[in-house]
Design a protein around this ligand. Structure first.
Ligand code: NAP
Length: 520
């Protein structure tokens, strides 16, 4: 799948180590974000004795999406043994699936324990990063000061910037409005009239928590999701004891979970089989949970299971059948000063609107800030053909840029941590190759990127994620699916195990530049 073209070029221009006459700090690796991706990269750098790096964090605390999402009931639907770093396993998860506070504490603990904190520049939001061809460095402007770096790793993921839906009148509402990922815990919901927009992974977690407290809840459901039962259990008894005490048991459980989930990738590539198995399981959960056939019909999705993310909850169906909940199906007509006009034309007054409307996943805000070779902005490079990368990580025209959870790395069947760790391996391997060969930069060949994406598109065809038959937040306005990794995670791991330099155009440093770099 890789190109064999490999043009080596020597850079002869002198290195520039100053901006506007003022020297700026230079690092080997600059990482954007301190979520699982950024911290995982940092830990593995330290593990490999590379200490010349910084992490830019726009907030004042680590944690990424698990810091920002603190809505009631927030948690993970992938078992904690797999939704954690393989190199930093935790023995005392309270139950099968981690709750938000437990995961957030885990992230903070790992950052502290592995000595990442001194490398973090908090309240440093990257506003602009430009590749300088003459110095073969990234020039990074942050709200806390400027830096240069040889490698830029964007650990910004795809769940960092919320979607505020394009519904007429959103700005007219006079009550309280909040997005699930920016929950205002000072806003007391007791007894209030609340509208929830969205029935995705976030809403199915917070609705059951707030439903008993609120006076009334209008649930605006544009599309019902497939929901399976969540087999959550406290880690007690023999299993809990073994997780803590028996050497190898945690790793065994992790491996078992990971391999088991690979079966889902096999099924999701074959919609007929997925319908008989996974969809059947969700259908039975629906039938068991919702006795009223009319309501059941309104809650039955009209798309193949996992086309949109398959959800898991034991609380969702019971909560939305309570007397204080009204399900309003279809598109929203308009938001008014006092409430929402639904598809039935009726205005329902509320004092709080909660948006469970997801994230900007196919239009990454960070892409507006990254400028590659010849000053081309990443979002412009992606404007026509949609988001594309090589191995979900590198992009033609953007030397020494590594995107964590870049295009086609989103999983519908397993833990994102598996993908993150694979990408970190790729970055580490690239650094080793660059050091060994004295390379200043690596840039994926456009031909390699195209071949890789053609293979991806062929793999998506006929699967539950095929953009021709499945429209979801995974798909973009060009009709592509630039989000999903449509195969087993082991295939991605294999492809990112070693940096395949033959797919790249590389450039070497001159002696002058090496000396300049040391003195910077
Ligand atoms: P989401 O899955 O994208 O769901 C957004 C919801 O908002 C959908 O029901 C969507 O309806 C609806 N919506 C969007 N725009 C709308 C509009 N203009 N009018 C009416 N409805 C609108 O977002 P999310 O629930 O925040 O979850 C995002 C992702 O976060 C998940 O898919 C998952 O990857 C991750 N997550 C994971 C977990 C976990 O347990 N691991 C938990 C929470 C979140 P349509 O379906 O009709 O578009």
């Amino acid at each position: 799948m890789t190109s064999t073209v490999n043009d080596e070029i020597n850079i002869t221009e002198p290195a520039v180590t100053a901006t506007g006459g003022r020297p700026v700090p230079h690092v080997k690796v600059a990482i954007i974000g301190t979520g699982f991706s950024g911290l995982g990269t940092a830990i593995r750098l330290l593990d490999n004795k590379i200490t010349d790096f910084v992490l830019f964090e726009r907030a004042g605390e680590v944690g990424g999406t698990w810091r920002d999402n603190s809505y009631p009931g927030c948690g993970c639907d992938v078992a904690s043994v797999l939704y954690s770093y393989s190199f930093a396993q935790k023995s005392d998860w309270s139950s099968t699936f981690g709750k938000r506070n437990e995961i957030f504490d885990y992230i903070k603990d790992v950052a502290d324990r592995y000595g990442v904190e001194p490398h973090i520049r908090f309240n440093h939001e990257v506003v602009d990063a430009r590749w300088d061809e003459s110095t073969r460095r990234w020039h990074i402007q942050t709200t806390g000061g400027d830096y240069t770096a040889q490698l830029l790793v964007a650990g910004t993921g795809y769940l960092s910037d919320p979607v505020f839906p394009d519904v007429p009148g959103l700005g007219d509402f006079q009550g309280k409005i909040m997005h699930s990922s920016r929950w205002d815990h000072d806003h007391n919901l007791d007894g209030r009239k609340v509208a929830v927009i969205g029935t995705g992974a976030s809403a199915i977690q917070f609705v059951p928590e707030i439903q008993p407290k609120v006076g009334h809840l209008d649930l605006y459901q544009r599309t019902p999701p497939w929901v399976g039962p969540k087999p959550d259990k406290p880690n007690k008894g023999f299993h809990g004891w073994a997780l803590r005490r028996v050497p190898g048991y945690r790793s065994f459980r992790r491996g078992f979970n990971k391999r088991g989930r690979e079966i889902l990738a096999f099924l999701f590539a074959r919609p007929g089989l997925a319908e008989k198995t996974v969809q059947g399981m969700a259908q039975r959960h629906l039938v068991k949970s919702v006795p009223d056939p009319e309501l059941r019909a309104r809650l039955t999705p009209n798309f193949a299971v996992a086309c949109k993310r398959l959800l898991f909850s034991n609380k969702w169906y019971p909560a939305i059948q309570q007397d204080n909940v009204e399900i309003v199906s279809g598109d929203i007509g308009k938001i008014t000063a006092n409430g929402i006009i639904g598809s039935d034309g009726k205005e329902r007054e509320v004092d709080t609107i909660i948006l469970g409307t997801g994230f900007l996943a196919t239009k990454r805000p960070i892409a507006d800030k990254l400028y590659g070779r010849d000053g081309v902005r990443l979002s412009d490079a992606w404007e026509d053909g949609g988001m594309k990368a090589y191995r979900g990580t590198t992009v033609a025209g953007f030397p020494n840029l590594f995107l964590m959870l870049g295009p086609n790395t989103t999983l519908g069947h397993s833990s994102q941590l598996v993908m993150i760790e694979a990408q970190v391996n790729y970055v580490l391997s690239a650094l080793k190759v660059m050091d060994r060969r004295g390379l200043a930069s690596v840039e994926v060949q456009p031909e390699a990127q195209e071949l890789y994406n053609s293979a991806l598109e062929a793999k998506l065809e006929g699967s539950v994620w095929d953009p021709r038959t499945c429209n979801s937040w995974y798909t973009d306005s060009t009709g592509r699916n630039p989000s999903i990794w449509p195969a087993k995670t082991s295939v991605f791991e294999k492809g990112t195990k070693r940096f395949d330099v033959q797919a790249y155009q590389v450039a070497t440093l001159t002696g002058v530049e090496k000396a300049a770099r040391i003195s910077a």
